[in-house]
Design a protein. Structure first.
Length: 228
């Protein structure tokens, strides 16, 4: 049996046999939406742990037409965090629900893709993703009875490998998330579910959806900071 160190993992191999890779550190997957909750989770996992970090964004295309601005902001966030904190693996995938009258809960689509990321990671590395982070604030309560289905979707697409464990930092308010994060990152986040297209091609928040209503105090805080 030989043992070597390689890229944060322990490499074991019997003479002439298969190579097995065992991580020296936990592997955490952050499903990054560009919203404040998942951004908060990403920064905490990067700065408060030494986990191997994977980050994945799902382009959820539906009748809300928010996928383009979310993709733009997510890539800007990833670039910022890679430069300011530390390196991590980033990937993307797409789910298109255009034309459906209803398109379900985003978390179900995100969970399905999370399972695919975990399954692919295991197949490539012979060891599992141990933690899955999606972000969650105190203002937003989960839909009753939804949690078991979310876990089942992750497990279904991780099969035949073990799914990761859902991991949450202590829940805090949106305002506490915003105060924890650098102002530059808060300004890059995108939460609005019904973006308004301007004549010049730019995009702005609608200010009316439930997500915008929760963010209003934070938008006000940002405006005061800029004006001071």
């Amino acid at each position: 049996m030989t043992k070597n160190s390689k890229a944060g993992v322990t490499v074991r191999q019997k003479p002439g046999g298969k190579i097995f890779l065992k991580p020296k550190k936990p592997v955490s997957l952050v499903m990054l939406s560009s919203g404040l909750d998942s951004l908060y989770a990403l920064v905490k996992i990067l700065t408060e742990t030494d986990d191997i970090v994977l980050v994945h964004h799902v382009h959820i295309i539906n009748n809300e037409n928010r996928h383009e601005i979310e993709a733009t902001r997510t890539r800007q966030i990833v670039d910022w965090c890679q430069k300011k904190y530390r390196r991590f693996r980033y990937s993307e995938s797409t789910i298109n629900h255009t034309g459906f009258t209803g398109f379900g809960f985003d978390i179900m689509s995100v969970a399905f893709e999370a399972g695919m990321v975990c399954r692919s990671f295991y197949q490539a590395n012979n060891y599992p993703v141990s933690k899955l982070l999606t972000g969650w604030c105190t203002e937003e309560e989960p839909y009753p009875g939804r949690a078991p289905h979310v876990k089942a979707v992750v497990a279904a697409n991780s099969f035949p490998y073990e799914p990761p464990n859902f991991f949450f930092f202590d829940r805090v308010t949106k305002m506490e998330e915003a105060r924890y994060l650098p102002p530059e990152l808060v300004s890059l986040s995108w939460t609005c579910r019904q973006p308004v297209m301007l004549p010049d091609g730019d995009v702005e928040e609608c200010g009316k959806c439930a997500s915008c209503e929760i963010m209003q105090p934070i938008y006000s805080m940002q405006k005061k900071a800029v004006g001071s």
